[in-house]
Write a new protein. Sequence first.
Length: 438
Amino acid sequence: TKSLQETLRDVIPEKQEQLRKLKSEHGQVVVGDVKIENIIGGMRGLKAMLWEASVLDANEGIRFHGLTIPDCQKTLPSAPGGKEIIAESMLWLLLTGKVPTVEQTRQLSRELAEKGELPSFVEELVDSLPCTLHPMTQLGIGVAALNRDSSFQAAYEKGMKKSEYWIPTLEDCISLIAKLPTLAARIYRNVYKPGTSMPPINKDLDLVGNYSNLLGYGNNHNLTEYLRLYIALHGDHEGGNASAHTAHLVGSTLSDPYLSYSAALFALAGPLHGLANQEVLRWQLAMQAEIGDNISHDNIKAYLWKTLKGGQVVPGYGHGVLRNPDPRFIALQEFCNSRPEFQTSPIIQLVNKTSEVAPDVLKEHGKTKNPYPNVDATSGCVLYHYGFTEFKYYTVIFGVSRALGALTQLVWARALGLPLERPKSYSMDALEKLIKES
Ligand code: AMX
């Protein structure tokens, strides 16, 4: 059975050759043009990044190395006793483009469990942070501090060859993915369950099984399965989203994976990005408080208009690329629909009813290019249903997940020798000069 590292070593030469050909034979092919609206519009729609792990189609949604979410649910191994995709099988797919065997997945679970302990100075650092500091800030600080032990940085200082950059990068990425749940769970306990102690990492459990255990939810099988699905599905969403792009940008300076991913986490912490799942829950609870038990389409509609007229966005709706309901939202809804406990869950019923009316209201409002729900419309609300109610923590779980894709691509950026990212910027005066000259 080939390990993850051996499998990757096999696929790298093929990809390097593919890139060489693209560069030397097709380097001058035009794939789009740049308009002033792109420059002032957050680069929306510009095809300007290389990203191997996944491609997002505006209508169909995400494909991981060509596989849709239902394809992944069918083919990727799950945990023993579970049904949902696990982080290890998604990581393997994202990194190598191959579907791992059950044995390979188990081997990777063991490797991650063995590398999961935090250095004691990081434990002390995180324990010293005030519990009033947002959990995402704490996570970013902890991840950045882990760079003390970066293999990449140590090898770079010794003068490693460029062709070998990917090897210590991979080591760092695996080590960080292994440690993220331990770090994230420690933050959860410090902030919300002070004085409780974490169990040791179980070497026979998968990454998310351990995460759930460390958080204190290990005996809730349904919640653990939900966390597995959530973490696998949030793993990657092509390269241009703010967190993935930040990891890529910072990594392109040859900052090590810990620093690169720490920066990515701070991008994820924004309310238009990862913080949206926290915001959705806050918003749905406020709606619930206002309309009470009498949930009707009309009541929800009125609340939606109140939000919009108050100049706020409807959290969980809209997307920078997608133009249809997010298939990740659909997968999470199916998770709920397949379990009887959700049929009587007030919060999930409210989420479902909201998704029935919000698209028409947003269409009538007429601003958003995509009036449909994104994954955040339900992701945090399911956690709330399970009694995991500390919603300021929700983006941390997203942060544990997004590492799968963002870090995978750092390995590829090094294996393919991608250069420093450095787009050209213009001032408004310079743009006007350009217009006059054209
Ligand atoms: N409610 C109200 N107005 C919305 C809206 C929503 N859900 N989504 C977009 N709009 C508005 C925008 O604010 C913008 O208004 P403006 O012209 O006054 O500035 C206009 O519609 C056009 O925006 P867009 O091109 O459709 O969206 P975008 O690519 O600029 O932004 C996103 C995308 C996700 C930031 C936006 O849809 C939004 O703010 N959604 C709510 C927050 C959210 O759910 N974020 C999570 C996204 C997924 C993720 O990263 N986790």
